[in-house]
Design a protein around this ligand. Structure first.
Ligand code: COI
Length: 356
């Protein structure tokens, strides 16, 4: 009964708020949090069943100091985007893929996870409740951040007895400072992001805390981000802190294969299909760091970064600059195809978009 009352109150307040204009500089959105109206929360206890979920005002949540996530890092996140079309409708991009990836990661982290249908319905509900925050067409997107974490209390090391599935959203623009300008990466030689048998292949929160030190150092030295090598041979490309990597040579596109230490990016997978559809040969394989030295183009992919051209990579003090002062031909082509699909500007033959 209490959730019914909450929903009615929410609908009324959303109606009032949609007529209020948002005082946001849509032309200068970066990738910083803009608090929005509502968040979705559902909980699951030992029975493994998530509650129907409710929409609450966006804001701080109550969490026990002894919760599993705070003490032992039992948590996962996802990221996806919603775009506004010219006709005012909203498009989600491949939400089922995020639901499936969260289920896969939850298995690795000993957590129950919401059913695919609940995940997708919760995403839709949260976006619609916050629809006034979806940027106008061409100005950016609404970034959707689903979280799954152990909210139950633990002291000894064990899976938490209760889990929270939460979704919040924020309007965003370009991820890297400088918009679509090519980024400058440095190959990391001291730290590694993942090891075989570890959790590099799932979107657990700890994978992102552990890259901060190298990322901070790289930024202090003027780079945009860090490119990681495999931890066994220190020779093969893995990924950038927040995105996957692609290398182009003689029109052949190569990207590190998924083998447990690399995040299986949904944008990565989409770009592979888009590029193959455009007639490119795409290879998923071990890509050695030396291949960067004579590549024609390098670009990164991710939900947040979309497709980001790489202007230079520094490896063991040697800086390789790519010819594309602007953006390389292949990067430009796959970027345009993907984004026009995501924004509903071209026909979606793949059935990847979901209209709200
Ligand atoms: C995303 O691209 O959605 C991610 O999860 C990366 C994050 C560090 C912003």
């Amino acid at each position: 009964a209490s959730s019914t009352i909450r929903c009615e109150a929410t609908e009324a307040s959303v109606y009032r708020e949609t007529v209020e204009t948002i005082n946001l500089d849509w032309d200068n959105l970066g990738f910083g949090l803009v608090p929005t109206d509502h968040m979705y929360i559902s909980k699951c206890s030992q029975d493994g069943i998530f509650t129907k979920g409710e929409l609450l005002r966006y804001g701080p949540i109550e969490l026990s100091p002894s919760s599993g996530v705070l003490n032992y890092g039992q948590g996962l996140f996802e990221g996806l985007k919603a775009y506004k079309k010219e006709d005012g409708s909203i498009l989600l991009f491949r939400p089922h893929e995020n639901a499936l990836r969260m289920r896969m990661g939850a298995g690795r982290m000993c957590m129950p996870s919401p059913a695919v249908e609940q995940f997708v319905d919760a995403v839709k509900l949260t976006v619609l409740e916050n629809k006034r925050w979806v940027p106008p067409t061409g100005k950016g997107s609404l970034y959707i951040r689903p979280l799954l974490f152990g909210s139950g209390t633990v002291l000894g090391l064990a899976p938490a007895p209760e889990y929270t599935f939460l979704i919040f959203v924020s309007p965003v623009g370009n991820y890297f400072k400088g918009g679509l300008a090519p980024i400058n990466l440095v190959v990391e030689n001291e730290f590694h992001r993942a090891a075989p048998g570890g959790t590099g292949g799932v979107k657990t929160i700890g994978n992102y805390a552990s890259v901060l030190k190298a990322q901070k150092r790289a930024k202090e030295n003027g780079y945009s981000d860090v490119l990681y090598l495999d931890s066994v041979h220190k020779k093969y490309l893995e990924e950038v802190s927040s995105c996957n990597i692609f290398v182009v040579k003689n029109k052949i596109i190569s990207t590190p294969e998924i083998k447990g230490t690399i995040l299986p990016g949904i944008t990565r997978k989409s770009i592979i299909d888009v590029a193959r559809g455009q007639g490119y040969q795409v290879e998923e394989r071990l890509v050695s760091v030396e291949e960067l030295l004579d590549a024609d183009e390098v670009f990164c992919t991710g939900t947040a970064v979309v497709v980001s051209p790489v202007g230079s990579i520094t490896y063991l003090g040697r800086k390789v600059e790519y010819k594309n002062n602007g953006i390389g031909v292949v990067s430009q082509q796959v970027y345009s195809s993907l984004t026009s699909l995501q924004m509903g500007l071209t026909e979606d033959k793949m059935g990847w978009t979901m209209k709200l």
